[in-house]
Design a protein around this ligand. Structure first.
Ligand code: PEP
Length: 248
């Protein structure tokens, strides 16, 4: 049985004060959650959020990291820096990073390897654009992303990976893929992992759905056989909404 994981991606939102107030409000609301609970604030809020979440069941993730150990990479953050702080997860390859910051399958692959090397659990984001879905090439696009992003990862690493299937056309748009659509596509992603590795690994990898998840949509989404959780953007910014999603 795979344990569900619900993660909030705050993107470029919340000051340190706002982030701490959010965690203080969230803690009692999610203390009995049956799933893994993760919040991913900006780098500047990580330290304060880690301290505010101490002793609770809330784990903290970063939204990105560099694949080099250190050096002349102005504005970037290295994996060892995150690990030393106590960061547990890191989102890799979010579509906004692919779209606006030149993230490619090659850099995503390097980052995944580095995250595992440093014992930080990656949440790998993949997904197709509207044009690709309408062009009936969703499966081709996803299979290529899985193949390139996971290249060279060991079976053990992939068994511990979290993949977030996020159709780009559903992110921040209010349009969700239907639960059946999401389940079918996530089933395809699992099959692709099985082809590259084996059925045991494919059964272990946790695959979330992401794209306009709301308190009103989560119950049905979580009832689907292949959906192991959610990566939540907009609805993770209010403790009340996020706790309802976590307590699906
Ligand atoms: C996301 O940013 O990963 C996301 C799914 O955003 P939203 O929930 O706002 O669509």
């Amino acid at each position: 049985m795979r344990k569900a994981i619900i993660a909030g991606n705050w993107k470029m939102n919340k000051t340190v004060k706002e982030a701490v107030a959010f965690i203080d409000e969230l803690k009692p609301l999610v203390k009995d959650a049956k799933c893994d609970v993760v919040v991913c604030p900006t780098f500047v809020c990580l330290d304060a959020v880690l301290k505010a979440a101490e002793g609770s069941n809330i784990k903290v993730g970063a939204q990105n990291m560099h694949f080099e150990e250190s050096g002349a990479f102005t504005g970037e953050v290295a994996p060892a820096m995150l690990k030393e702080m106590g960061v547990h997860y890191v989102i890799i390859g979010h579509s906004e990073r692919r779209q606006y910051f030149n993230e490619t399958d090659e850099t995503v692959n390097k980052k995944l390897k580095k995250a595992f090397e440093h014992n930080i659990a990656p949440i790998l984001c993949i997904g197709e654009s509207l044009q690709e879905r309408e062009g009936n090439i969703t499966e081709e696009v996803l299979a290529t992303q899985v193949k390139l992003d996971l290249a060279g990862l060991t079976a053990e690493q992939v068994a511990n990976l979290v993949i977030a299937y996020e159709p780009i056309w559903a992110i921040g748009t209010g349009k969700t893929a239907t639960s059946e659509q999401a389940n079918e596509t996530i089933g395809f992603i699992r099959k692709t992992v099985e082809k590259i590795y084996n059925s045991e690994i494919a059964e272990k990898v946790r695959i979330q759905y992401g794209g306009s998840v709301k308190p009103a949509t989560i119950k049905e989404q979580m009832s689907m056989s292949h959906i192991d959780g959610a990566l939540v953007g907009g609805a993770s910014l209010k403790a009340d909404d996020f706790s309802k999603i976590v307590n699906f």
